[in-house]
Design a protein around this ligand. Structure first.
Ligand SMILES: O=P(O)(O)O[C@@H]1C[C@H](O)[C@@H](CO)O1
Ligand SMILES: O=c1cc[nH]c(=O)[nH]1
Length: 341
């Protein structure tokens, strides 16, 4: 069972306009969900926390092109136990075919229809208990997908779902092709938090990820022994260029030295890689009670450069690594569950 914990943070806003040093007080209420061990049940299905949903006759998951009124969501998705999500639709289709082969569930025609074919916002594929969904680029895009996915899992009455973001990133001091399993998601100021403005107030959300799941994934990588994997902090930014201290965007107002100083500070804060979705992903896993992990391959070492100039096939090969690791993990989990039955 999960229960709310409330915490209040007080601070002061500095007014941008008006007289120098003018500030006003703000109060932010933090809601954490914590495990209630006393009432722990064997399966977990706490995904949505919204009293308004129960009052709605029909729920339209607009960006997924699915709805409770037009689709039998329990029949379509009730067996889902794992969700893999990543930026590109191509990668999610590849991931579906790879996991199908790993689990011996290949479609003889190798055709995995896009369940969200009614929209070009996101793509979704399913093989057995595994759902693969694309999320686009950046926090707003993945947040919209996650709101609708979490409602989908709720309407479908799914239980015990694990969700893993399989993505790409820029590494700091790591050999390109290394996988980073995120320990904590830090913002651009190296703070472990996700800030969202709701009703004109800043709400700070918890970005802790499931450490047990991260360790299990690291163990799987050791068993596979195909590529280097580390557990470390991931910096989540709102931009690929200036937000990640690149020198090659359309605009840049800092020097190579400024960039290096920033990246070294990030390294000191335990940052192993930089990407653009982990913070809100972690926050929404915490809110929903989903078990979550972020597994990203590094495409380059940001201490050595900014441009992704290595050959296309090398980059595509790197992109497949997170799914190889996650495919192995899912296969092991399903085997272990089958043994228990
Ligand atoms: O899941 P992907 O590999 O798309 O995530 C990273 C972070 C940004 O969305 C994108 C930038 O190239 O790659
Ligand atoms: O450097 C990189 C590479 C992939 N994705 C990012 O966000 N940054």
């Amino acid at each position: 069972m999960l229960s709310y914990e409330r915490a209040t943070v007080e601070g002061r806003h500095r007014h941008l306009k008006g007289s120098k040093g003018n500030t006003s007080k703000f109060v932010v209420t933090l809601l954490f969900f914590s495990e209630n061990k006393q009432n722990e049940s064997s399966s977990s299905s706490v995904y949505v926390h919204n009293p308004h949903l129960a009052e709605m006759k029909d729920d339209v998951l607009y960006h997924l092109s699915l709805a409770t009124g037009t689709h039998d969501l329990p029949a379509m998705f009730g067996d889902v136990k794992f969700v893999c999500t990543g930026g590109s639709a191509w990668r999610m289709k590849k991931c579906t075919a790879y996991i199908a082969a790993e689990l011996g569930m290949e479609d003889p025609k190798s055709d995995y229809p896009n369940i969200c074919a009614g929209t070009d916002r996101y793509a979704m594929y399913k093989v057995g208990p595994v759902l693969c969904v694309s999320h686009g680029m950046g926090v707003p895009s993945i947040a919209i997908m996650l709101h609708e996915l979490i409602k989908l899992l709720h309407h479908a009455r799914c239980t015990d779902v694990t969700i893993i973001r399989i993505g790409t990133s820029g590494g700091i001091g790591l050999e390109p092709g290394t996988i980073v399993v995120t320990k904590q998601s830090l913002d651009g100021m190296f703070q472990p938090r996700f800030e969202q403005v709701i009703l004109g107030k800043t709400v700070v959300r918890n970005v802790d990820l499931d450490q047990g799941l991260a360790e299990e994934l690291l163990k799987c990588s050791k068993e596979l022994n195909q590529f280097e994997t580390v557990i470390g902090n991931t910096m989540c930014t709102l931009d690929f260029y200036e937000g990640q201290a690149r020198l090659d965007g359309a605009f840049c107002s800092y020097t190579e030295k400024d960039k290096q100083d920033f990246l070294h500070k990030a390294k000191e804060a335990g940052v192993c890689n930089i990407e653009m979705e982990s913070s809100v992903f972690a926050a929404m896993c915490n809110l929903s009670g989903l078990r979550g992990a972020v597994v990203c391959v590094t495409l380059l070492d940001r201490l050595k450069g900014d441009q992704l100039s290595c050959p296309h096939d090398v980059l595509q090969g790197y992109q497949l690594r997170p799914q190889i690791l996650v495919g192995h993990y899912i296969k092991q989990q399903l085997k272990a569950t089958a043994l228990k039955v």
